[in-house]
Design a protein around this ligand. Structure first.
Ligand code: DCM
Length: 135
């Protein structure tokens, strides 16, 4: 994986929620909700990078599952891939985000309808909603 890949975590709970994080920067994205994650560094697998990023951003240890089918490629060349994950140790805290929230399908749809989801991440919503509704 190159440094132009961003990996994000679809962190799912047993009770049908996903953990969203509210961005603090840059100004055009501040206040919008995303799947937490970050850039893959040279030599890292997607799973390695996600474990590292979620430890840095949320102070949790996760077990990584399979990927969401949709990959988002930006005009800048940046590729965004989301992996399912579950928390195996720690309670998430917003170390780098403005806040975090466990949201169910209904709340996720409401945030989306309010325009409060990071535009790139909207591509993952159909798959995430399907995951949440089958739990
Ligand atoms: N990004 C995104 N959605 C995410 C995570 C990241 O669209 N869930 C984008 C925002 C930035 C880039 O990836 O353009 C790098 O993210 P960060 O600033 O969080 O390192």
């Amino acid at each position: 994986m190159s440094a132009t890949t961003v990996v994000a975590g679809a962190i799912l709970s047993d009770d049908g929620r996903i953990l969203l994080a509210q961005r603090a920067y840059p100004p055009e994205l501040a206040g919008l909700w995303e799947l937490p994650g970050g850039k893959v560094e040279p030599g890292e697998t997607l799973a390695d990078a996600l474990v590292r990023e979620l430890c840095e951003e949320l102070n949790v240890r996760v077990e990584v599952g399979d990927r969401l089918a949709v990959a988002v490629t930006l005009e800048s060349g940046l590729e965004l891939i989301a992996l399912r994950a579950t928390i195996v140790d720690g309670t998430p805290t917003a170390a780098e985000h403005r806040m975090i929230e466990w949201v169910d399908a209904e709340r996720l749809r409401a945030l989306d309808q309010a325009g409060a989801v990071v535009p790139n991440d909207r591509e993952w919503l159909p798959e995430i909603l399907a995951d949440l509704l089958e739990r």
